[in-house]
Design a protein around this ligand. Structure first.
Ligand SMILES: CC(C)(COP(=O)(O)OP(=O)(O)OC[C@H]1O[C@@H](n2cnc3c(N)ncnc32)[C@H](O)[C@@H]1OP(=O)(O)O)[C@@H](O)C(=O)NCCC(=O)NCCS
Length: 148
């Protein structure tokens, strides 16, 4: 397995090309740069050609890490990278004194929900209409937390 590295502004182009391929409602360049400017931490994995394979962004909220974005490049899905990212995230959280990791996930994102459940996350609530769908429709978020 490759090594995790911190990602920054110079990586936004590569992150965007993954983001736009894997999400129905991707973050924009502005969302990523605002997040980094706000001091959120971004980490990822690169392949032998230095291309990003997977990435995540987290925001510290007091003693909890809030997972903001989490994705694996299409051609590298189902190879264990999401599990590896969650393991690294937990180690990072423990090392920096965070007691838990919190996330929101679309109710219909069964694949991601399965990955989070397998890693020990539990549903702690729902946020009604949290995510946009097509047109005016909205989709609920499942809120999940994992103690570190
Ligand atoms: C959700 C997502 C991050 C999962 O990433 P992934 O790298 O495919 O996940 P993993 O490979 O770590 O684990 C997924 C499955 O692959 C399996 N797997 C792991 N290594 C494997 C291997 N070598 N061969 C086959 N399967 C493998 C895992 O056991 C797991 O199986 P399960 O779904 O039956 O539990 C990815 O699909 C993605 O980026 N989706 C779009 C963005 C998104 O929805 N992000 C979440 C936002 S909340």
């Amino acid at each position: 397995m490759h090594e995790f590295v911190r990602l920054g502004f110079a990586d936004i182009d590569q992150i965007l090309s993954i983001e736009e391929a894997v999400y129905s409602h991707p973050w924009t360049r502005g969302n990523f740069s605002d997040s980094l400017m706000n001091g959120h931490d971004a980490f990822g994995l690169r392949d032998e050609s230095s291309q990003i394979i997977a990435y995540f962004l987290v925001m510290p909220v007091v003693d909890e890490l809030h997972l903001l974005n989490f994705a694996v490049r299409t051609q590298n899905q189902k190879q264990g990278y999401a599990s590896a990212m969650l393991k690294y995230m937990r180690e990072y959280a423990i090392e920096h004194g965070y007691g838990s990791i919190l996330l929101e996930v679309r109710r219909s994102n069964y694949r991601a929900i399965e990955v989070y459940l397998s890693d020990g996350f539990e549903e702690i609530g729902r946020r009604k209409g949290y995510y946009p769908l097509e047109g005016d429709a909205r989709e609920d978020a499942i809120v999940m937390r994992r103690l570190c």
